[in-house]
Design a protein around this ligand. Structure first.
Ligand code: FAD
Length: 311
């Protein structure tokens, strides 16, 4: 056996990212949560927030249930993050099932609670993702219109959605490019992508926007997949490409959550390592209100609790 030490891919990415970024603590990360449905789940979410807080994310975001169904819970969660943590929350907001006045009121309440960042989304039709979308009469029609509204209500930082595998309602990449440009021109500062499996999907999207002269950053949305069946359902609805090799890796593990967790750490860690090697410097994690996979993958990217930073 050769005595020559070969550099492992993850180590190479870790070293290259640290050298290029010149940062003490790896790339920037952000974490997404959904508002909990019960007191018990709220308690669990707060344990997760406390575990992730020392990683000093750029921001954390809290989703808004379909049709505003979590309006109060989203508000309560972001307000509590402002009051009880050092984290900067971003509140998601959608156009669905509400008038402009109602949505403006939600935004004013966020501002009053100390929230300074909105993730502005169209939302899915009330009948569910995949159904035909009809703007609410008197409402904001699309995300770009909501961005205009948010910027009018207050000096919010605004993030918007982009899609590495094309949004199901987009008829072409040109539609997707034009739509992102409209959202940026309306005052958004970054795109956060839907989750994806194939790193090339995201990298091609980045090239498409750059070739079209759009300079706003896009951040990959990373979903550590430990429940493959749930993931496959969401991917189907959202038009996310699931390669056969990825389905094969999880095949037969339905009753084996421990192995699924390890496989998820390896596959998601590799995805992030590849993106970091391609110069990606920001990562948005769909935590699904769990800490362990996000913590593990952050470590692989060189992101540790601030006080234990090694570089
Ligand atoms: P838009 O940017 O408005 O685009 C949607 C489609 O409409 C595109 O195909 C676009 O080309 C087309 N379009 C845009 N403008 C026009 C126009 N003027 N005329 C005709 N067509 C047009 N959903 C939730 O309910 N709650 C959440 O908290 C939530 N968070 C999300 C976070 C992220 C990072 C992402 C990626 C998605 C999130 N979603 C959420 C899902 C999102 O609401 C759906 O994907 C929705 O179907 C599209 O929202 P959008 O903001 O991308 O829409």
């Amino acid at each position: 056996m050769s005595a020559v030490q070969k550099t492992q891919p993850v180590q190479a990415v870790f070293d290259a990212a640290a050298a290029r970024l010149g940062r003490v603590n790896g790339p920037r990360v952000s974490f997404e949560f959904f508002p909990p449905k019960s007191d018990k789940l709220e308690e669990q979410l707060w344990q997760v927030i406390r575990r992730l807080e020392p990683l000093a994310p750029a921001f954390v975001s809290v989703t808004y249930g379909a049709g505003g169904s979590t309006r109060d819970r989203t508000h309560r969660t972001v307000a509590r993050i402002v009051e009880e943590t050092t984290l900067k929350p971003a509140a998601h907001l959608t156009c669905v099932s509400a008038t402009r006045e109602e949505i403006d009121e939600v935004m004013r309440a966020y501002w009053a609670a100390g929230v300074r960042h909105i993730v502005a989304l169209r939302g899915d039709p009330p009948a569910g993702a995949g159904a035909k979308y009809e703007p609410h009469p008197g409402g904001y029609a699309y995300a770009a219109d909501l961005v205009v509204g948010a910027r009018r209500v207050a000096d919010f930082e605004v993030s918007v959605a982009v899609y590495a595998d094309l949004h199901p309602d987009s008829t072409s990449w040109q539609t997707e490019i034009d739509n992102f440009r409209r959202k940026i021109d309306a005052g958004a500062t970054r795109g956060i992508s839907n989750f994806f499996v194939d790193a090339d999907s995201f990298l091609r999207l980045r090239d498409r926007f750059a070739d079209a002269g759009i300079n706003a950053p896009i951040v990959p949305g990373v979903m550590p997949v430990s429940n493959f069946n749930g993931f496959k359902r969401m991917a189907g609805v959202g038009g996310v490409f699931v390669p056969q090799w990825f389905a094969d890796i999880f095949e037969g593990l339905d009753d084996d959550p421990e192995t699924r967790l390890l496989v998820a750490a390896a596959t998601t860690g590799e995805l992030c390592a590849r993106l970091a090697a391609e110069g990606v410097e920001d990562f948005h994690f769909y935590t699904l209100n769990r800490a362990e996979l996000t913590l593990a993958i952050c470590r692989m990217l060189g992101v540790k609790a601030q006080k234990e930073a090694v570089r």
